[in-house]
Design a protein around this ligand. Structure first.
Ligand SMILES: [Zn+2]
Ligand SMILES: [Zn+2]
Length: 157
């Protein structure tokens, strides 16, 4: 837990050298998340792997991730944030395990797969709009819930 607190301090210092993160705030909360509009990272230091997840959110912040237009886009920004997290982690002497990254990305892949399955015939559908899928084999269409994220707040278009 102390390790997380010291990482928070280091990240605050690091943020100061980036113009778009000059006002970054890090707030303790229940979940990990990056809020683009508030320029704020939420973290929970009692979650196992907290340092890794904190670096991941900082990755979103560095990349200034603001939202995604499709489910596939969401998985891509998740991967990008982990890549950034690894680079910053290396600088700060914190290594992030491949297993943690892969299992985190797997939950997105599983989620993506399950919502793309046609409820009528089980074929894989195609996302036709932000929250809508269509099946090419039977013609069914279905709506899906707002995408879940690690906590990334969606930018309001
Ligand atoms: Zn179908
Ligand atoms: Zn994320």
């Amino acid at each position: 837990m102390e390790k997380t607190t010291s990482l928070v301090k280091k990240l605050k210092n690091k943020a100061a050298s980036y113009e778009h993160l000059a006002h970054l705030t890090l707030i303790q909360g229940e979940m990990f998340g990056w809020d683009h509009t508030a320029c704020a990272i939420t973290y929970n230091k009692s979650i196992p792997g907290a340092e890794s997840y904190l670096l991941h959110e900082f990755g979103h912040a560095l990349k200034n991730h603001s939202g995604y237009k499709s489910d596939v886009g969401l998985v891509k920004i998740e991967r990008d944030a982990w890549e950034e997290a690894r680079i910053i982690g290396k600088e700060l002497g914190i290594s992030i395990s491949d297993d943690l990254i892969e299992s985190s990305l797997d939950t997105y892949r599983d989620w993506l797969h399950s919502r793309s399955l046609c409820p009528t015939c089980d074929a894989t559908g195609i996302q036709s709009a932000e929250l809508k899928y269509a099946c090419a084999s039977c013609g069914a269409t279905w709506r899906v819930n707002e995408a879940r994220t690690c906590g990334l707040k969606r930018y309001k278009y």
